[in-house]
Ligand binder design. Structure first.
Ligand SMILES: Cc1ncc(COP(=O)(O)O)c(C=O)c1O
Length: 397
């Protein structure tokens, strides 16, 4: 799945341009940088591809989530609905911002649903942190209608879903603010990096100010800039931005290749493995193609199939037992272990995380295996992988 599938001279050239000027910092130093603004160009590429009116690059997907929370006005004591299936960064972003995570169910689309969000609402619910998991969108029409009806702030963690669209609109652009990750494992990488997007100019200003100690970024005298708000340092370096911008220039081709490799595998599995389930996406046309998500009849067969595929050189993610992606393994969260007291320690958790029952999520994620789809597979490799998948999965379906 990662952007590293396709990496080369263009990245080297852009990084070298930064090194030639010696201006590794994204702001100011207008004379030194000789017109080279890699973070700005990176943001422009993200705007082009997603259609976002505003984009702001930060140091990681995790800081993008934290900045999106902050710029959406979410903080101390705010209850935020979150999924139990995501990368732990989503939950950490809510907690570190002073929020109180409330877990709601995901279904076979691997995301929260309008129905599950509604069931989890309390009189104190302020927001939904919607995660578009494994490369495709949540069911946006229903979720948007619910958020409007119940006056909920919608923030999107699209950390794994850059390249996914819902009815023509990029994920990340449905709520107040959205976050993408550009870490090493994503469809496009900056080495480390993230980008926040929004429709709202006021939110955009909060995003870039909050991510740089409140600087208003006006003029070329950094020490004399105004600081309308407090913030922190989530800045991206020009070196990372140089890599990210090249990766964004070719994301359309990377996504097309992933989609066609995924389609070939899916067609074959549908024809040759009766009983195998596929992710029911609300808009399959908008799938980014980064993961082929398959459902086995039960958790035991999914676990065994994942192990056998791994031993046959066709490794898949079995998220159910992965330490970072599913709530069953988050004992540090359940016991609120952190080096300092967060809002949740003072205010108490809104749910008993140790006693939480999420049967639908257990059912969905227990049966799920996800194959990361690569952009650089040859037809022969897709053929060989398809044969292995068919051979193994038939035994377990
Ligand atoms: C859904 C989701 N959110 C946030 C992140 C955090 O991104 P990063 O690793 O760039 O901090 C990830 C990373 O895998 C993710 O999958």
């Amino acid at each position: 799945m990662p952007g590293m599938d396709w990496f080369g001279d263009e990245e080297r050239r852009e990084v070298n341009e930064v090194l030639e000027t010696g201006c590794l910092f994204r702001y100011n130093h207008d004379a030194l940088r000789q017109g080279r603004w890699k973070a700005r160009e990176f943001e422009a590429e993200v705007r082009r591809f997603t259609g976002a009116p505003f984009a702001h690059a930060v140091s990681s997907g995790s800081t993008a989530v934290a900045a999106a929370m902050a710029a959406s006005g979410l903080g101390f004591g705010d209850e935020v609905i979150v999924p139990p299936f995501t990368y732990i960064a989503t939950i950490e972003g809510v907690l570190l911002g002073g929020g109180l995570p409330v877990f709601a169910e995901v279904d076979d689309n691997l995301c929260l649903t309008a129905e599950s969000i509604e069931k989890a609402l309390t009189p104190n619910t302020k927001a939904v942190m919607l995660v578009h998991m494994c490369g495709a969108a949540a069911d946006m029409d229903a979720i948007l209608a619910l958020c409007a009806r119940r006056n909920l702030v919608l923030v999107e963690d699209a950390g794994q879903a850059l390249g996914a669209f819902y009815k023509g609109r990029s994920v990340g652009l449905f709520g107040v603010a959205g976050a993408y990750s550009f870490d090493f494992f994503k469809i496009a990488t900056a080495g480390e990096g993230g980008v926040c997007v929004t429709h709202r100019e006021d939110v955009y200003h909060l995003l870039h100010q909050f991510s740089d100690h409140g600087h208003d970024h006006i003029g070329d005298n950094r020490g004399m800039e105004q600081h309308p708000i407090l913030g922190t340092n989530f800045r991206l370096s020009e070196l990372h931005a140089a890599v990210g911008l090249v990766q964004m220039r070719r994301i359309d081709q990377v996504r097309d290749r992933k989609r066609s490799a995924k389609q070939a595998l899916k067609d074959r599995l549908r024809a040759e493995v009766p009983g195998l389930g596929f992710r029911p996406m609300p808009d399959a046309e908008g799938d980014s193609g980064t993961f082929l998500n398959l459902f086995l009849p039960d958790a035991a067969s999914a676990s065994r199939a994942a192990a056998e595929l791994g031993s046959r050189g066709a490794g898949v993610n079995y998220w159910y037992t992965n330490m970072y992606h599913f709530i069953n393994q988050w004992d540090h969260l359940k016991n609120l272990r952190s080096p300092f007291k967060m809002a949740i320690h003072h205010l108490g958790a809104p749910q008993d995380y140790n006693a939480l029952e999420l049967p639908q999520s257990q059912h969905s994620i227990g049966r799920l295996i996800s194959l990361g789809v690569r952009a650089n597979w040859t037809e022969a490799q897709i053929d060989e992988l398809g044969a292995t998948l068919v051979d193994v999965l038939r035994k377990y379906c």
